[in-house]
Write a protein that binds this ligand. Structure first.
Ligand code: SF4
Length: 517
């Protein structure tokens, strides 16, 4: 029975100073020596360091597995990331169940996109003509380099040296910020998550929530280094307000603004930007010069089609009925100037790929990422590419088959991505198709190829397969551990090989059913 003094001591001690469950605690006369030399612990443990993304080495294949293993080893990050994205997936499901015609909307969206993509030249011409008559300057960029040069040219003509921009995956594709830094133009991201990533010199890890892989303590550390906040204060309101205070003057004094676009309407020559922070409206409306960089696949034929996509987008992305801001841009404001840069950057080539062209239907909602078990547990930066998660596995190899040759293998092919995709892209089938293409193009490691060839030969000969299974069963039961669990068995690194059943299905069937026929 403990004394009253001991009970008071125990109740008043900080949990980290209590002896229970602490194997290192030094106990003397039944009391813990809390302040003995070498026994004190910091009251607040050091935050877990943020795992960084894949190591990118020129054209060499990205080792997604290695980066994913580091992310998984950072248990706080992995848990938060997995739970946060699964929460978005569940919210998306709740919203979906509230719309009885959900499946019809998906089919309609898919049909509109497929129709538009198969008449892309006509709708792009129609958009250009209508946009010009609205007073918008329209430019065409074949690739990333041309896009960057066109934007630079517009800024140079206006003597602009600073640009505020809202989130745009297209500009990430183009390496836009690096290019602008090289020509002396300051770029300020206005989306909070994207700004965090910019200040941390990291790419976005998710198409909708760019800093979703970061804990609050990671953000506190980034802001402490860059905008001088208290490194020990990770309160979200404090951090958001500090960032607003630091960035708002830069926004108000910027020479030009840039947005992307979620949808481009051919019949009206207008475009629509959806955000939750209103930051695109700041980028578009504060400076007099507005530049919109838009991928050519963003086009839809008519304004009435917009409703279909707007109903699907935010529900699929964040499980919310609408984005907070759905802004229509119809032309330059009085005294201002508006430019649209329509960017190809490999899209026309992808349109010609029979098995992969429908990936151009993507509206970048991120639902396939939120549901993917590999993405949720490995973080977007482990892919070492602009696009991560299931859709990234299809898009990235179209940019560079060698560099991204490992990515289509980072999937369990469970098909959940396909099930949630609002525009019905057969994502898991395209991932599987990429594996075949990469093997045919000799972009798969020789060891993996040889192993698959041997497995193929074995599986196509039933007698040899059954003999091998019988031999493996005996071997697994008797071989020493080190023969099975060694560096050559990547599968067994984190798993135990299951005990083989006493009887295979084939021998059971032969004994019980086959004999009765
Ligand atoms: S592939 Fe589908 S689910 Fe994934 S981001 Fe694109 S539209 Fe969304």
């Amino acid at each position: 029975m403990s004394t009253i003094r001991e009970r008071i001591d125990s109740a008043m001690l900080h949990p980290e100073l209590r002896a229970e469950g602490d194997p290192d605690a030094i106990i003397r006369d039944g009391r813990r020596l809390d302040h003995a030399e070498g026994t004190s612990k910091p009251l607040r443990p050091a935050p877990e360091p943020q795992p960084r993304g894949a190591k990118v080495r020129g054209n060499r294949p990205i080792d997604q597995q290695e980066a994913a293993a580091r992310f998984i080893a950072a248990t706080e990050h992995e848990k938060m990331h997995d739970e946060r994205l699964w929460d978005l997936r569940q919210k998306r499901d709740r919203e979906m169940h509230g719309i009885p015609e959900w499946e019809e909307l998906r089919s309609l969206a898919s049909a509109i996109k497929e129709h538009t993509l198969t008449h892309l030249d006509e709708y792009l011409d129609q958009f250009e003509a209508n946009a010009r008559s609205n007073g918008i300057h329209v430019h065409w960029a074949r690739d990333a380099a041309e896009h960057n040069q066109i934007v630079h040219g517009i800024l140079r003509d206006h003597g602009a040296t600073s640009l505020i921009k809202s989130k745009s995956m297209l500009t990430e594709e183009c390496g836009f910020r690096h290019y602008m830094a090289s020509v002396g133009i300051e770029v300020i991201e206005t989306d909070l998550g994207e700004r965090i990533q910019q200040l941390d010199n990291e790419d976005p890890s998710h198409v909708v929530v760019p800093a979703v892989h970061k804990l609050r303590t990671d953000v506190a550390e980034v802001f402490a280094h860059t905008i001088g906040t208290d490194p020990g204060n990770s309160d979200v309101h404090y951090l958001a307000e500090a960032q607003r205070e630091a960035t708002r003057p830069l926004i108000l004094n910027a020479d030009a603004g840039m947005t992307g676009a979620n949808f481009v309407v051919a019949e009206t020559g207008t475009f629509v930007v959806c955000t939750n922070e209103g930051n695109a409206d700041l980028s578009a409306n504060v400076p007099k010069l507005h530049i919109a960089s838009i991928g050519i696949e963003k086009i839809i034929p008519r304004l009435e089609h917009l409703a279909v996509f707007v109903r699907l987008l935010s529900r699929s992305a964040l499980g919310s009925p609408m984005t907070q801001y759905t802004s229509h841009f119809r032309g330059p404001r009085a005294g201002g100037e508006m430019h649209v840069v329509l960017v190809d950057n490999g899209r026309s080539e992808r349109l010609g790929l029979e098995e992969f062209w429908t990936s151009l239907k993507c509206i970048r909602c991120g639902a396939c990422m939120n549901t993917c078990p590999v993405y949720r547990r490995s973080g977007g930066l482990s892919y070492g590419a602009t696009y991560s998660g299931p859709i990234g596995l299809i898009i990235d190899p179209t940019f560079n088959a060698r560099k991204y040759s490992n990515l289509p293998f980072a999937s369990s092919l469970n098909g959940s991505c396909t099930n949630v995709c609002p525009v019905k892209i057969n994502i898991h089938e395209q991932i599987y198709a990429w594996r075949r293409v990469l093997v045919n193009q000799h972009e798969v490691p020789l060891v993996k190829k040889a192993a698959m060839k041997a497995a193929g030969a074995l599986l196509s000969r039933p007698a040899a397969y059954r003999a091998a299974i019988a031999a493996a069963d005996t071997a697994l039961a008797h071989l020493p551990r080190f023969v099975i669990y060694n560096g050559l068995n990547a599968w067994g690194k984190h798993r135990e090989v299951p005990h083989p059943p006493k009887q295979t299905f084939h021998s059971w069937y032969h004994a019980n059913r086959g004999a009765k026929r």
